[in-house]
Design a protein around this ligand. Structure first.
Ligand code: F6R
Length: 369
């Protein structure tokens, strides 16, 4: 079943262009998105939504954090992203104009299932983003948008993550259309960005050898930090999660702007720090801020690995290693920047002789609280 691959994870990482392409298939016509699954709600209901609450755990929650930026920008609806297990045990204020969007690869995560049921009992409408046909969470929800990543076998989620972001972006664009918050031309521009992603991920996958080298050099590293800003922040969190679960290395992700509020105290000579750098073109206001963060940590001896757009020369004087990703509009960068981080965690685990498909203490589907 692994084909020629050394692990399911390696296979699934390489399948990410297809995971995105298959999730888009049949859902785009004439430059706009068509999500028939959402007809479970009338357009008037979707137009009247006042608030969205995204519920998920782990990697799925990071997909939700990425999507928050897109939904708020395109559909102009406020979005909160909540961990299922936290949501369930407080007293959330919900009403029938709240839409709950759950995200789950397996569709069986108990915490997420119970959170969805709880939200529905309080009157919220529920949409499931799910990778497993006929699973419990989509069955319990009012509507489902399936991600078509194909079966994900490795415990660490990879291709499901990019498919989740893709499905959430389709949802966001559908919502923007019924709410009239984007012009036809703006919708078409986002759709074109989405359609270009599979080929760009294919390009990013070529960093594999370079990242493997890096992982080998770093195989005795004891802690790794990840910095990102805007949509790069949840990617920093995801990079850290991958490294913890696969390579058993202490890893933490931070919002780059938070550095001076505490985390910079962790920087000592030789400390590896991955920095997800926003595009100098697309995020002209944020790019210099992140470059100056890099200078600050470099001045304190950090070993900087920058994930930066092709052609971004500003990072060169300060980064020890630069991993390049193709140009994309800012909201689409996460779909590219996450790939080297997945490969890094996988290769570091391999360099340490660990089982990348079955990390210790973890199960693929968490069906208990
Ligand atoms: C991380 C990972 C977990 C899952 C989380 C949610 O690589 O696999 O963090 O993302 O347990 O699982 P699902 O998406 O099945 O609800």
């Amino acid at each position: 079943e692994k084909g020629g691959w050394s692990s399911f994870m390696a296979k699934e990482v390489s399948e990410q262009p297809d995971a995105v392409a298959n999730t888009l298939r049949g859902r785009i016509a004439d430059g706009h998105v068509v999500v028939p699954e959402l007809s479970a709600f009338g357009d008037d209901v979707l137009a009247g939504i006042r608030r969205i609450v995204i519920i998920a755990c782990g990697t799925a929650a990071y997909a939700g954090q990425v999507a928050k930026y897109a939904i708020e920008k395109w559909a102009q609806v406020p979005v909160d992203v909540e961990l299922s297990h936290e949501f369930r045990y407080r007293d959330p204020v919900l009403s029938d104009d709240t839409l709950v969007v759950s995200i789950s690869q397996s569709g069986e995560t108990m915490d997420t299932l119970m959170a969805v049921k709880y939200a529905m009992s309080l009157g919220a409408k529920a949409i499931s983003i799910c990778n497993t046909q006929g699973a419990t969470i989509p069955r319990e929800s009012d509507a489902v948008i399936y991600t078509h990543a194909g079966p994900e076998v490795a415990v660490a989620s990879t291709k499901a993550f990019v498919a989740q972001i893709t499905a959430l972006y389709l949802f966001a664009l559908h919502l923007a259309r019924v709410r009239g918050s984007l012009t036809e031309a703006e919708q078409a521009a986002q759709v074109a960005e989405l359609q270009a992603i599979p080929a760009k991920i294919e390009t990013v996958l070529q960093v594999e050898d370079e990242v493997r080298q890096l992982a080998r050099w770093m195989s005795d590293t004891r802690a790794v930090l990840f910095l990102g800003r805007h949509v790069g922040f949840p990617i920093a969190l995801e990079g850290a999660l991958k490294l913890k679960e696969l390579a058993y290395i202490h890893a933490e992700g931070f919002a780059a702007g938070e550095l001076k509020h505490g985390p910079i105290a962790l920087i000592e000579p030789g400390q590896p720090v991955f920095v997800v750098v926003p595009s100098p073109r697309g995020s002209a206001h944020l790019h210099p801020k992140v470059v100056s963060n890099i200078q600050e940590i470099r001045a304190r001896g950090a070993r900087v690995i920058a994930i930066a757009e092709v052609g971004d020369a500003a990072v060169l004087p300060f980064a020890d290693t630069v991993i390049r990703i193709p140009l994309a509009a800012p909201l689409f960068e996460p779909l590219l920047a996450v790939v080297p981080l997945q490969i890094f965690a996988m290769e570091l685990a391999i360099a340490k002789g660990l089982d990348v498909d079955q990390p210790r203490n973890l199960a693929k589907s968490v069906t208990v609280e």
